[in-house]
Design a protein around this ligand. Structure first.
Ligand code: F6P
Length: 319
């Protein structure tokens, strides 16, 4: 292997730059040429490649976003798009690829692997919804962003004796809501994985008000319901003064935490090692602070589950 490509795809996540840096620096250390691809799989189709050197990744370890830019490419899902992409990779002499992204990006990585381009996936998404890894790049930063916002909301909720609903990201999964809800002491955590009803939420609120609580914070993953709708129903059913905050894309930006930089560095370096060792169709992950490796098909065919014990504990502690 002489030349490898690296791309970021799907939603950006803080720490992606640290992963790109690790791929570039470890690759050059191993005597490889590293080419960056702009805008994920869309850039593979348009042949938007740039050679990278040690200074291409200077001063990026602390920056959110992705210096390679990212995209969600519909065209790459078509046979024509894939044929163009593969032709470009071969024309550029790229012999292996590192794909940093989430579930959709891994499906793209599988397409490249199936076509004979050795490819390794690095889980990068704030949602943490990738099987086979305890953490994905960006999750820890996003959770800390949410907890910071909860602390601020709690100040004003306490002053005004109000109920707050905070909607966080997680279109299909509740990992952010779950982790932030536990760490931030939310009264209720609403996630798509576990059923909930507005009646239960209101009952819980009323019970805690009877016990003397004068403010409450409910956290809802976007995949479990709409914050504004839930807030309106709570106000209507309980009469409690209720406000709603939708955090949105604030969760996707910001300087990555030390944890995100560390796991990104570990996984980026490992991805290069795997390609050099002739491994293909792999995804790296984190378990107990170290890097692990799985087959891409194994990762794609399993769904990561929310830890029910954490969910129950959060409910117990929020009484
Ligand atoms: O990065 C994952 C995610 O944050 C989801 O939780 C969210 O629904 C989605 O991306 C939104 O992404 P975009 O606004 O880029 O389409």
């Amino acid at each position: 292997m002489r030349r490898i490509g690296v791309l970021t795809s799907g939603g950006d996540a803080p720490g992606m730059n640290a992963a790109i840096r690790a791929v570039v620096r470890k690759g050059i250390y191993q005597g490889l040429e590293i080419w960056g691809v702009h805008r994920g799989f869309a850039g593979v189709i348009s042949g938007d490649f740039i050679p990278m050197n040690l200074s291409s990744v200077a001063d990026v370890i602390h920056r959110g976003g992705t210096i390679l830019h990212t995209a969600r490419s519909e065209r790459f899902k078509t046979p024509e798009g894939q044929a163009e992409a593969l032709a470009n990779i071969r024309r550029a002499g790229i012999e292996g690829m590192v794909v940093i992204g989430g579930d959709g990006s891994f499906r793209g990585a599988k397409v490249l692997s199936d076509a004979g381009i050795p490819t390794v996936g690095i889980p990068g998404t704030i949602d943490n919804d990738i099987y086979g890894t305890e953490l994905t790049i960006g999750f820890d930063t996003a959770v800390n962003t949410v907890v910071d916002a909860m602390n601020k909301i709690r100040d004003t909720a306490t002053s005004h004796e109000r109920t707050f609903v905070m909607e966080v990201m997680g279109r299909d999964s509740g990992f952010i809501a779950m982790a932030a809800g536990l760490a931030g002491g939310a009264e209720s955590i609403l996630i798509p994985e576990f059923p909930w009803t507005i009646e239960e939420v209101c009952e819980r609120l009323s019970r805690s008000q009877e016990r003397g609580k004068r403010h409450s914070l409910i956290i809802v993953a976007e995949g479990a319901g709409q914050g504004f709708q839930i807030g309106e129903e709570i106000q209507r059913k309980t009469g409690f003064d209720t406000r709603v905050t939708v955090l949105g894309h604030i969760q996707r930006g910001g300087t990555p935490t030390a944890t995100d930089r560390t796991i990104a560095s570990l996984m980026g370096a490992k991805a290069v090692d795997l390609l050099v060792a002739g491994e293909a169709r792999k995804v790296v992950g984190i378990s107990c602070g170290d890097v692990i490796v799985h087959d891409i098909d194994y990762v794609l065919s399993h769904k990561k589950e929310i830890n029910r014990r954490l969910y129950d504990l959060a409910a117990t502690l929020a009484i």
